[in-house]
Ligand binder design. Structure first.
Ligand SMILES: [Zn+2]
Ligand SMILES: [Zn+2]
Length: 531
């Protein structure tokens, strides 16, 4: 056998761990699992089990990201053309839940009389009871053990959001659209965009960067999610029923966010257009048009507040600044273009649009916003410059540059430096939550959809004679492996094991398939079953 001669030739050979990762990728096995230590209470046996990382980003873990996207597609499909109202009747509280709640009441009573370290310990205890209650399927919030929070003063009525000029109806408790001709129940695909900030070329860059309204672009991006919320509220009021949606927010070429939504039921295009034109969101924040502090001349922390570096006068507090507000600091509206289209369930077109909606979900926002030319890079730089001085919330440290002390300000606040993603160069103001699903979409959580999938795979396997005995999990202790645990097997070993397991499954299935012909199921959902 020929051995490579030069160092360069040897260097070009792939590393063993790269080959293992590539193989795992091929077999749909998570490439960067974390390790759980599983102890069997009956036998005393201790095993190390790889758990999928669950990443949604393909560049981090292909198999997990593709699985997550597939699940979103299922979720989107199941809710889009639903023909029956999902059932939301809450279950009766269980005995376990009421017992835990009694325990919590006792703990809170003791806590309210306790002092110092005792109190801290009790508070931890209360939090763990709360976590357990949530695990048992309780929704909503429990009263704060510290007593009711002090409320922020009510705003005067003149600062309420103006109601848009739209017809208003009472919203009925139904989420399904109309049926046509006794059998067709079309649903909609809708795209909403931001307003224009100036003409752009095909590559998304402004024709005239000098007049492009970067300030409005930055502010609109920061408040886009709030505008979208208003749109759904307005739409529901106009049509008079509880419209449901599965939507994704993605950047356009010009890097303004836009929204694609699968909307259940059919709504006339004119109604969608009218609601879009009439919807706006007012930002009742202190004005932030003129920077007060620039460069090195920044406010300084002194005696529990920020003061002017020269005069030593304290900066306006958030409450004072808010009190003085006379008009909205910003108003967000949508662009005039509204695309909407009726789509029938189960059609090729429905499938295509689901693919379109979920197309970029395996990429991080930073990967979707790519600049290939100097012109695009300059455009992104300019938008980023504006986002750096655009306050993202009442707690944003950028407020200090405008002479206002944000909410929750403290000695660790750096004027102008806010860690929120709104200001990052990589995401350019695009929101972190890119999939927005209304509460009554499919009547299922993502976990429910995952469980459905697992059940389907097990059924398909059972149909060809393969059954996996459900082992008694109640006698197993699961624990995350502590960093530096000397007994923990290296990742490559875990991957090899998982790949071997997957190959074994596939072989078993193929053998059984010879006996009973049928389409092969997607085995990628079996990781959790096999583990
Ligand atoms: Zn993974
Ligand atoms: Zn911020």
């Amino acid at each position: 056998m020929d051995q490579p001669q030069t160092r360069a030739q040897r260097m070009r050979q792939p590393l063993a761990s790269d080959v293992i990762a590539a193989t795992a990728e091929q077999h749909g096995v998570c490439v960067r699992p974390f390790t759980m230590e599983v102890g069997d209470l009956d036998t005393g046996e201790l095993r190390y089990v790889p758990m999928p990382c669950g990443s949604t980003v393909e560049s981090q873990c292909g198999p997990c990201a593709r699985k997550a996207r597939a699940l979103r597609m299922v979720q989107c499909r199941e809710g889009w053309h639903l023909a029956e109202e999902p059932d939301f009747t809450p279950d009766e509280p269980t005995a376990d839940q009421t017992a835990l709640l009694e325990l919590r009441a006792d703990l809170v009573a003791t806590y309210q009389q306790a002092e110092g370290a005792d109190g801290d310990e009790l508070l931890d205890e209360i939090r763990s009871v709360d976590a357990e209650l949530r695990q048992l399927g309780m929704r909503g919030r429990l009263p704060n053990p510290e007593g009711p929070a002090t409320r922020t003063p009510k705003r005067s009525t003149k600062r309420r959001q103006d109601a848009p000029e739209l017809p208003r109806r009472r919203v009925e408790k139904r989420t399904l659209g109309r049926e046509f001709a006794g059998r067709f129940r079309p649903s909609m695909f809708v795209t909403l965009t931001c307003d224009s900030y100036g003409r752009v070329r095909d590559d998304g860059t402004p024709v005239d960067p000098g007049s492009y309204d970067y300030r409005r672009a930055a502010r609109d991006a920061v408040h886009f999610a709030a505008l979208v919320d208003r749109w759904w509220q307005n739409l529901r009021r106009v049509v008079g029923w509880d419209v449901q949606y599965f939507a994704t927010v993605e950047p356009q070429k010009r890097v303004a966010p836009h929204l694609h939504a699968a909307l259940r039921g059919s709504i006339p295009h004119e109604v969608l257009r009218a609601v879009t034109a009439a919807t706006y969101h007012q930002v009742w924040w202190p004005a932030h048009d003129e920077l007060v502090y620039l460069g090195d001349e920044l406010p300084v922390w002194e005696d529990g507040r920020f003061v002017d570096p020269t005069t030593r006068q304290p900066l306006t507090s958030w409450a004072e600044a808010l009190e003085a507000v006379e008009e909205p600091a910003h108003v967000v509206t949508f662009g005039r273009q509204v695309h909407s289209k009726g789509i029938l369930g189960g059609s090729d077109e429905a499938g295509r649009h689901i693919g379109y909606l979920t197309k970029y979900l395996t990429k991080s926002t930073g990967e979707v916003i790519s600049a290939d030319t100097d012109r695009q890079r300059a455009h992104h730089d300019r938008l980023h410059e504006e986002l750096r001085v655009t306050p993202c919330s009442p707690r944003c440290a950028v407020w200090l540059l405008y002479g206002v002390q944000p909410l929750g300000v403290n000695s660790r606040t750096h004027p102008g430096r806010c860690k929120s993603r709104a200001h990052r160069r990589t995401t350019l103001g695009l929101p972190g939550r890119r999939v927005l699903v209304s509460r009554k979409w499919s009547g299922k959580t993502l976990a429910d959809h995952r469980a459905d999938r697992k059940a389907f795979v097990l059924e398909s396997l059972a149909a060809v004679g393969i059954t996996k005995p459900e082992s008694d999990r109640s006698r197993l202790m699961w624990q995350k492996v502590q960093p530096g645990d000397p007994h923990q097997p290296p990742r490559d070993h875990l991957l090899m094991h998982a790949i071997a397991e997957r190959i074994k499954w596939r072989a078993e299935y193929d053998r059984a398939l010879l006996a009973a012909q049928g389409p092969p199921p997607d085995l990628s959902a079996t990781t959790a079953v096999a583990a």
